[in-house]
Design a protein around this ligand. Sequence first.
Ligand SMILES: [Cu+2]
Length: 489
Amino acid sequence: MGLDDPNKDSILKYEKKPTLVTIPRKSFVIAIINGQSHEIVFDIRLKSIVSDNVHKGYGFPILTVEEQILATQLPLKYPPFIASVHKRGLNLSELVCAGFTMGWFGEEKSSSRILTVDCFLKESTANFFVRPISGITMVADIDLMKIVEYHDREVEVVPTAENTDYRVSKQSPPFGPKQHSLASHQPQGPGFQINGHSVSWANWKFHIGFDVRAGIIISLASIYDLEKKKSRRVLYKGYISELYVPYQDPTEEFYFKTFFDAGEYGFGRSTVSLIPHHDCPPYAQFIDTYIHSSDGTPSLLKNAICVFEQYGNIMWRHTEAIIPNELIEESRTEVNLIVRTVVTVGNYDNVVDWEFKTSGSIKPAIALSGILEIKATHIKHKDEIKEDLHGKLVSENSIGIYHDHFYMYYLDFDIDGVHNSFEKTSLKTARISDGSSKRKSYWTTETQTAKTESDAKITIGYAPAELVVVNPNKKTAVGNEVGYRLIPA
Ligand SMILES: [Cu+2]
């Protein structure tokens, strides 16, 4: 369930004259009714359904928490699995299971929603993710809510629990159990204001939204121009539209691990409460949000978002000692505004930051934390490896399977207005053959403007390029187009 965004036109009109313009208030609901996926638009003011379409294509709605919990309990009552657990000499009460989506590999459209359920050993450690019970494949149909496929191929060693617990109480110095604390506070209070869902700070103003699929959404970000004495729009809307995590192991128990964390699990639904003083500094301010259960009941998520000013680096400095009888020392501390959420999908924790700088830059950043996904092996040392493990032996009996984390950002720039272009400036070699210079060659630039979306597809990092979103109708004082550079980091 989420907001059915009014179109940009009405939002921009409403932004100008909120008292005169009535903005549509609609919600977008994805519901499973009798095994069919419905996309329903509901008008909140009129209290009526505007449209109800059955989705016929590929793909299924985001998993709900409830059905994942039910699915992960299935193995514990499934006799063949119980037999496999006993065969391995393990204790059923020490198991914890998790559901994994199975991807799509070109099969005909299937009508059933399925999950693989993998189980782990939680005995002697909180870090069960590094103790997988490998060699078993269990597929659950979550509409029927039963195991529909089961293979016990081989008995694999379960990696040891020793030294795996991540809780600070279990750590030895210098990592724990006690660390020196840091006190920090802002005697004059924060330099920003939160008014409803709008934040103003320094020269910035923007809106914070939240969606069950996308998580945090930054919108209507504008910067105040001191010279023009007006606010200038930069970003209409920005959020993480998908996080794709494909593992590179083609074997039966891993090939399907090609996760879409936003589309399958929900980046908003997987957002967790921030831990004050640890996830955000003591002087941070927190914003709560609501997430709904599968029947639509809203539940409060405390401290879902934090906003704080971050101090630290030198933004600019100069010591001037050349002027006789005068010493000038100037140093400016960089202060940035951070808007932070943490999204925990299974073993991984994604720290999602939107950083605003007084220079006008916006820096979306990700810090990935949590626990590596492990596959068990009988191998204890590198010398025993005979074939491709599809990963690295990271510890005795533990392979960290090769994989990537691709974060996709939806960025709708509205730089000084809605008509923006995407430009790519590449370097090209120019040769001199007429002897007009002692140089034989030099590089110059060549700019292309994308005419279509597919024109704008680029492979980052293979050749130097400057990627800029510009407003071709707005020029700087010297006649250049105003724009924002995209700097992949
Ligand atoms: Cu990873």
